[in-house]
Design a protein around this ligand. Structure first.
Ligand code: MSP
Length: 519
């Protein structure tokens, strides 16, 4: 048994009504960065993702395409996996809501909530929003600018089971108050408290009789479980709820559910209420990130990138053009993960050239050439503090500040700020290199020590950069280490983050890290 601390992180499960777009890629890459950061810093990680396959929307999509929903789901779930693999999403488990393991856990959860007296039979008379798979009041329809007659709105009148949602309002409010980290970032917590936990919160309809593409309600013929009750349960069914005590004991509660801000109500109201009703511990955190938005000529303001707005971008186009790792880097660097950000191709490409082939790539290749040319066998030794000038001491101080910012910002998904700081460090080394001009000093044998101290320190700085970049660009990080004659394997974060921790490094210049792009 490993004695590492565990970390269980989840993505939402994706509707299989369409293939993944850049908005989904942005979300899942941020989650992957967090998972890799936790592995790097010594956690045993379980990273869960998957697909949401039941419900009206998927049944309708399959029908429109003339295939059975199961066949449709198989196809699209395969597509999500394929794209995730190409984006280097390091998930440990991929759950599909059509799997028997999930079916079993959902039935168990239903029975538990029912045994607690929180489910009753009634009748749902009202509106249903097919796009969001959500029962919607007239007030909410107005707030969303929707009207009867809109394609996504259906009038419903059917027998349904209800969940006593309102009963849990106060307990959820108390939990949010006592656990300030439960909903993050803070603006999301405020939204949940103000907009969703209203005193007049109605009970929630949790079964449907007018569709059959879903998990049957235990012991109630003709009813299938409401798709959100089904979908939310994925987080515990993948952890063995009601089936595998050992797995469940190890992984639940999850450390963080990462979701987009459009599905806060489901994760911060419905889900906690369901868990409380079943006597299950709540997840430690729900992190609601923002959207990739698009500025469309002629449109008013920015719009969320989405299939229905018809403004989606295929992430694979960028993978072909700039490569997977630069795409991962740019999405995390250009946009603020916790808030919204405009997707702008021109600015992405400019940043690509400035920061990857030029900033990072050049610094590495320049340093490696200088070391190979000027230090015996291309070997650098750790530089003791007393040999350093002010310049190298400034590197050490900046490095320590960068590590502190990394350890503070990474757990909070502040990737943009963290990367900004790392690039600040690369810039600093580059600037000092231009000032010191080690290529000139190297011509004077009396300066050999100065050259050794300076280049050894830059090499050490680059080792650090390679280490911190691992969650964002795992392959580039490995190649930086390779250039320095090191392997990322078996590193221990606690040591590796310290300046001078490397011992001897044998530097060998490799092929360029990134290719420059024509703009
Ligand atoms: N199936 C539900 C989630 C169930 S979780 C128990 C769902 N699926 S979805 O496919 O519509 O959306 C999945 C995620 O993608 C959501 O978190 C959503 O916010 C995110 N994104 C969709 N478009 C996005 C952007 N343009 N930008 C960032 N994230 C976006 O909702």
């Amino acid at each position: 048994m490993s004695n590492k601390p565990t970390f269980y992180i989840t993505t939402p499960i994706y509707y299989v009504n369409d293939v993944p777009h850049l908005g989904h890629a942005f979300e899942v890459i941020g989650i992957d960065v967090q998972a890799r950061f936790r592995r790097l810093t010594g956690h045993e990680v379980r990273f869960l993702t998957g697909t949401d396959e039941h419900g009206q929307k998927i049944a309708d999509t399959a029908a429109r395409n003339g295939v059975h929903p199961r066949e449709w789901c198989d196809r699209l779930a395969g597509e999500f996996r394929r794209v995730w693999d190409l984006l280097k999403v390091s998930y440990d488990d991929f759950i599909r809501t059509t799997e028997p393991r999930h079916h079993e856990s959902v039935s168990k959860l239903w029975q538990k909530v029912e045994a607690n007296g929180d489910i009753y039979l009634g009748r749902y008379e009202g509106w249903y929003d097919v796009k969001e798979e959500s029962f919607i009041t007239e007030t909410e329809m107005k707030e969303k600018g929707l009207e009867p007659g809109n394609d996504r709105i259906k009038r419903m009148s059917e027998e349904a089971y209800f969940f006593r949602l309102g009963k849990y309002r106060e307990a959820i409010l108390r939990h949010i108050e006592e656990n300030p980290d439960f909903i993050q970032p803070e603006i999301r917590r405020n939204e949940v408290v103000k907009s969703f936990l209203r005193p007049d919160m109605p009970d929630l309809s949790i079964s449907r009789t007018s569709i059959d593409w879903g998990i049957p309600v235990p012991g109630a013929k003709g009813h299938v479980i409401y798709v959100w009750f089904d979908a939310l349960t994925n987080y515990i069914s993948a952890a063995g709820y009601g089936r595998d005590e050992e797995l469940y004991g190890k992984w639940w509660p999850a450390d963080v559910h990462v979701i987009g801000k459009d599905i806060l109500k489901f994760h911060c109201v419905y889900w906690p209420a369901m868990l409380l009703a079943a006597g299950v511990e709540l997840p430690r955190q729900v992190f609601g990130h923002g959207f990739i938005t698009v500025l469309r000529p002629g449109a008013e303001g920015e719009e969320k990138m989405s299939k229905s707005a018809g403004n989606t971008v295929d992430p694979m186009g960028y993978v072909d053009r700039i490569g997977v790792e630069p795409l991962r880097y740019l999405l995390m660097r250009e946009l603020n993960y916790g808030g919204d950000g405009i997707f702008n191709e021109h600015s992405m490409i400019q940043r690509y050239n400035a920061e990857l082939p030029n900033g990072l790539g050049n610094t590495l290749s320049r340093t490696a050439s200088l070391i190979e040319r000027n230090l015996p066998d291309g070997i650098v030794q750790p530089i003791p503090m007393e040999e350093m000038t002010e310049i190298e001491r400034e590197f050490v101080a900046f490095w320590e500040g960068t590590v502190a910012e990394y350890e503070r910002g990474m757990p909070r998904f502040e990737f943009q700020a963290v990367l900004g700081r790392i690039w600040g460090f690369i810039d600093l080394m580059n600037r000092r290199m231009n000032e010191v001009e080690p290529w000139k000093l190297a011509k004077d044998p009396a300066q050999a020590d100065r050259v050794r101290v300076f280049l050894g320190s830059v090499a050490e700085g680059l080792r650090g950069v390679g280490l911190l970049l691992h969650p964002f660009m795992p392959d580039a990080s490995a190649r930086i280490h390779e250039t320095l004659g090191l392997s990322l394997e078996d590193i221990r974060w606690k040591d590796a983050r310290n300046w001078g921790a490397h011992g001897e490094m044998r530097v060998r210049k490799g092929p360029p890290l990134f290719q420059k792009l024509e703009t």
